[in-house]
Design a protein around this ligand. Structure first.
Ligand code: FES
Length: 209
């Protein structure tokens, strides 16, 4: 996977963790986005700040094809445009009431977001299938400089998509050899916990040195 492609696209979640009609906070190096999937399955990433009074949209809820803010219930569509203001049901919300939106792509069970205009399509990651996502209390720079790492866990080939969130927090999306059995998946999932602990201990040693 070319490093340039990884710079264009940030892996933010695994498809299996975002069923229809749900919203989740998506961590990127530039902050959190409200990542949501409509009832019909459409994917959207919006700035995690309601244009009304700044409540986090990732705390909101999805009804049909819109994301509603938990505070006063203003709802937003796939472009980020405000669609409805419950306190003024007759009003068509002005076009200026809009949350910033970002391009998303979903490939092989991984959800990607482009913070700027992407120069290429999101990576295909052929030969791997998604397993789980892990949050580590460690600086991503201690794990990889390129945004990905290929290792073996429990004797199985694993691809890690790494996203640095802060100096002390990293998200790793774990993908496993596409041919891995269910037993392998369970073993790798457990081994990934051990890998997380090793990384965090390494991080503590770095801090102490
Ligand atoms: S802060 Fe979101 S609707 Fe008021």
């Amino acid at each position: 996977m070319p490093v340039e492609t990884l710079r264009d696209w940030i892996p933010v979640a695994l498809s299996a963790n975002l069923p229809p009609a749900t919203v989740t906070p998506a961590h990127t190096p530039s902050g959190i986005l409200a990542l949501w999937r409509s009832a019909s399955g459409k994917l959207t990433a919006l700035a995690d700040r309601c244009p009304h009074r700044g409540m986090r949209l990732s705390y909101g809820f999805v009804r049909g094809e819109a994301l509603s803010c938990i505070y006063h219930g203003w709802s937003y569509g796939q472009t980020g445009q405000c669609l409805r203001i419950p306190a003024h049901p007759e009003l068509t919300p002005p076009g200026a009431i809009k949350a910033a939106s970002h391009v998303t792509e979903e490939r092989n069970g991984v959800i990607w977001v482009a913070l700027d205009e992407p120069k290429a399509a999101a990576p295909e990651l052929e030969g791997f299938k998604p397993l789980r996502s892990i949050t580590l209390n460690v600086d991503a720079k201690l794990i990889t400089a390129t945004g990905e790492a290929r290792i073996q866990l429990a004797g199985v080939d694993v691809l890690l998509l790494i996203v640095g969130i802060s100096d002390s927090e990293t998200v790793a999306h774990v993908l496993i050899d596409a041919a891995a059995s269910e037993v392998d998946c369970i073993a790798v999932s457990r081994a990934a916990e051990g890998w997380r602990r090793e990384c965090e201990q390494l991080g503590l040693k770095e801090l102490a040195s």
